[in-house]
Design a protein around this ligand. Structure first.
Ligand SMILES: [Zn+2]
Length: 453
């Protein structure tokens, strides 16, 4: 009797163990099967470390990349070069952020149905391939970046990093200086000394904090001395008001304004402008800029006000500041993936998200007056095909005998093209001389693209 009872207990115990084991397997299947399926060793999903993520198109339906079973590219070499930093490369030197970020939407694994039809997966981007090409062409192999986005919707129209190379011919990259940092997406991951484009931030502070700003007359004798340091201007400007100081980019006026405003207010407005923030979209994460005013002497604060010192800005973030000025103080957050289809199903569709208000409508309008004035008085409206544009150029000194970086940032106020833009050319010298012709060429490409829509 004892023996039978013991056996019954043993059988029951065994049954319990088996049952618990089965439960664990079922639970883990529900919880982890997607991770098992998406493991890099699954050749249905990955090949050569890359997700088989279907076809990637630009906003016009032009194929940019076919990522089914490896990677095949379009025949157009300039298109391949101009989208390299967006899409990543085969070797993994440049990450494919978007495909990793949307791996769920691109694979649409389900527990009972299993895998999708890999041949019918597509991702559509907000960029325009023609404008990407125009930007890469205009940059002509120089290092830097160019970005354009729609500040009302958030769609990134163009996002190009230079220098670049043909992903079908990675061996063209050599140790020469021309390819230094070639794997970096400079639009997203770089920070630059802003030079005079930072005068936009100093202007924000001055307009709101200096009550009699508009009735003041400043004087520029070609240089000024602050705390025993001589700060040179780009010219002898004589008597000038605030708007003329913006359009002439007068260092003397902006150095004095920064000292008058003081470190706390300069810091506050840099933060309000979002200089130190990182932007996150579609797997991209921008580098954070910043300014340092803590305990700095007045001569250093003067350099902060004119965009030198240790000031740093990220091009993508700064472009959105321009969007906010154009859009009454608040701009849409940028994004680059507009939709994803997986088989018959649309698994992702982007929506416009507005950023925080970073300035009042009044401040945005006053800045617009000054920045549009700079285009009319100094840069030439003809550079922007007669569109209503506000802009600021910058020539950022780098020291160490290196040629200055050239910068240009601004916005177009136009119903059909509500775009903010930025271009940076490393070692390009004068911001106006180098960047204005580049932006002119790219805005012309935008106008052509618009006509074709
Ligand atoms: Zn001056």
């Amino acid at each position: 009797m004892n023996k039978i009872a013991n056996r019954a207990w043993a059988a029951t115990l065994l049954a319990i163990v088996l049952f618990l084991g089965l439960c664990t397997i079922v639970l883990r299947y529900f919880r982890d099967s997607k991770d098992w399926y998406l493991h890099q060793s699954n050749s249905d999903v990955y090949s050569g470390g890359h997700l088989n993520s279907g076809k990637v198109y630009d906003r016009k339906g032009t194929l940019l990349l076919n990522a089914e079973n490896g990677r095949t590219y379009p025949d157009d070499a300039l298109l391949r070069r101009s989208t390299l930093h967006l899409l990543g490369d085969v070797q993994g030197n440049i990450p494919d952020h978007m495909m990793e970020y949307y791996s769920d939407e691109l694979t649409s694994y389900d527990l009972f149905g299993g895998t999708q039809d890999a041949s019918n997966v597509s991702m559509t981007l907000t960029v325009n391939g023609q404008i990407q090409k125009a930007a890469t062409d205009a940059m002509a192999g120089r290092k830097g970046c160019l970005g354009i986005y729609n500040y009302k919707t958030g769609e990134v129209i163009c996002m190009v990093s230079g220098n670049t190379y043909d992903p079908l011919n990675p061996s063209e990259v050599d140790d020469s200086d021309a390819y230094a940092g070639v794997y970096v997406n400079r639009f997203i991951s770089s920070v630059y000394t802003p030079g005079s484009i930072f005068k936009v931030v100093t202007s924000m502070a001055a307009i709101e904090q200096i009550e009699d700003l508009d009735s003041r007359t400043f004087f520029c004798g070609g240089s000024c001395v602050i705390n025993n340091e001589t700060i040179n201007c780009n010219s002898y400007h004589g008597k000038l008001n605030f708007d003329k100081a913006v359009s002439k980019s007068c260092n003397v006026v902006f150095a004095q304004l920064a000292v008058e405003l003081g470190p706390e207010i300069m810091q506050k407005y840099a933060e309000q402008a979002g200089i130190g923030e990182r932007m996150l979209f579609d797997g991209f994460k921008t580098a954070a800029g910043g300014i340092d005013t803590e305990g700095v002497p007045e001569n250093e604060l003067a350099w902060v006000g004119i965009g030198q010192s240790t000031n740093r800005i990220n091009p993508c973030q700064y472009m959105t500041l321009m969007g906010a000025i154009a859009n009454g103080g608040v701009a849409a957050k940028p994004y680059v993936v507009s939709k994803i289809r997986c088989g018959q199903e649309e698994t992702y569709r982007a929506a416009t998200t507005m950023g925080d208000r970073i300035m009042t409508e009044e401040l945005a309008a006053r800045l617009d007056q000054a920045l549009h004035g700079a285009v009319v008085e100094s840069y030439g409206e003809w550079n922007f095909s007669g569109l209503y544009v506000g802009a600021k150029t910058g020539t950022a000194q780098r020291g160490g005998g290196l040629a200055a970086n050239s910068l240009l940032t601004g916005y177009i106020k136009d119903e059909a093209m509500p775009y903010a833009f930025i271009v940076v050319i490393e070692g390009g010298g004068s911001g106006g001389r180098t960047c204005l012709p580049i932006m002119r060429q790219v805005i012309n490409a935008c106008l052509v693209a618009k006509d074709m829509e």
